[in-house]
Design a protein around this ligand. Structure first.
Ligand code: SF4
Ligand code: SF4
Length: 274
C-alpha cells in the first residue's frame, strides 16, 4: 500500500479521478455533521454503520430533462439504470483506490433494497444519501424530500463513500434552494405530499412506493414526476421550463390522448413497456 497522502492532495486527487469518470458533482462531509444537526436517529449515522468513518464523500450524476420528461417510459427506466450503474462503478473504484492508499473505505450502495415490494411495506432506507449530500454541501432538501442542487435541481442520483481518511469538508449551502412553489405536489400522481408549516412536506411514502410497484410491474419504473417538474437548477436554462405543460399534462391527455403537445412523450411511452 502507498504511504498515506496529505489531506489536501488526497482531496484533489479524488475530485480529479471522479470528474474524469464523468461524475457531475462531488462533496465532502465530516461525520460530526450528523451529530451536529441531529436530523436522523444515531443508528443511521455513518459512524454508527461503519465505525471507522471520518468522512463521507458524496457523488452525483445528473438525470437529463428531455428523457425524464417522458416518464413513465422505458427510456427513462434505462437512463435511471445507467446512472445507477455508473455510480456503482465509480464509487466502487474510488473505495478501492482509497483502500490501496491505506484508508478504510466502502461505498454505501445507492439504493439497497431487494425489490419494490419491500418498499411498499418498509419505505425507509438504512442510510440517507440525501442527508449526506446536504452535509457535503451539494444542495438543500426540498419540499419533495429530494436533494435540490444548483446545477440540476432535484435531478441527481447519489451515492456515498464512507472512509477513515480525514478530508477537509465542503461548506454547506446556507440558503434553501426550494421556493415552495408546490409544482411537485400539484403534479404528483398519488397526491403523496401534504403542505405543513415546514418547508419540507409531509409525505405518504407508502402511497409513493405502492405506485412504484405498479410501474415496476409494467417495466417503466420509477415515477420521477416530482423531480421532473421542479423549476430549480441550471439544467433548466439548457432545456427550458414548461410549467403549464407539466401542470396540464394529466387533464390534457385524459381529454385527448393524441394531444399534439405531448405526442413525443406518448410515443416513447408506447414502446418497450406495458
Ligand atoms: S417543485 Fe417547487 S416545491 Fe417542489 S421541490 Fe421544486 S421548488 Fe420545491
Ligand atoms: S415519485 Fe411520483 S408518486 Fe412518488 S412522490 Fe414523487 S411524484 Fe409522487
Amino acid at each position: 500500500m502507498e504511504k498515506k497522502q496529505t489531506n489536501a492532495n488526497l482531496k484533489k486527487q479524488i475530485v480529479r479521478k471522479v470528474k474524469q469518470s464523468g461524475i457531475d458533482v462531488i462533496g465532502f462531509a465530516t461525520v460530526d455533521r450528523w451529530e451536529q444537526f441531529g436530523e436522523t436517529p444515531q443508528s443511521y449515522f455513518p459512524q454508527s454503520i461503519f465505525p471507522f468513518s471520518k468522512t463521507v464523500i458524496v457523488l452525483g450524476l445528473q438525470i437529463m430533462i428531455p428523457i425524464l420528461d417522458t416518464t413513465p417510459s422505458i427510456v427513462y427506466s434505462e437512463l435511471y439504470n445507467t446512472t445507477n450503474r455508473l455510480l456503482d462503478d465509480v464509487s466502487y473504484q474510488l473505495s478501492a483506490l482509497l483502500n490501496r492508499k491505506g484508508h478504510r473505505a466502502v461505498f454505501f450502495p445507492r439504493d439497497a433494497y431487494g425489490d419494490i415490494s419491500v418498499l411498499v411495506k418498509k419505505p425507509e432506507a438504512a442510510f440517507s444519501h440525501v442527508l449526506a449530500a446536504k452535509y457535503a454541501g451539494l444542495g438543500t432538501i426540498g419540499y419533495n424530500h429530494t436533494l435540490l442542487t444548483k446545477e440540476f435541481g432535484p435531478r441527481v442520483r447519489l451515492v456515498s463513500i464512507l472512509t477513515d481518511a480525514e478530508i477537509e469538508p465542503d461548506n454547506m449551502l446556507e440558503k434553501e434552494l426550494c421556493i415552495k412553489c408546490e409544482l411537485c405536489k400539484k403534479c404528483c400522481p398519488t397526491s403523496a405530499f401534504t403542505t405543513t408549516d415546514n418547508l419540507i412536506a409531509d409525505m405518504d411514502k407508502y402511497k409513493c412506493a405502492a405506485y412504484h410497484k405498479t410501474l415496476k410491474d409494467d417495466y417503466h419504473y420509477p415515477c420521477g414526476v416530482c423531480i421532473k417538474v421542479c423549476p430549480i437548477g441550471k439544467d433548466r436554462k439548457l432545456y427550458g421550463m414548461t410549467t403549464k405543460k407539466y401542470l396540464n399534462e394529466k387533464e390534457a391527455l385524459e381529454k385527448n390522448p393524441q394531444n399534439e403537445q405531448y405526442s413525443s412523450w406518448v410515443h416513447l411511452r408506447s414502446f418497450g413497456s406495458k
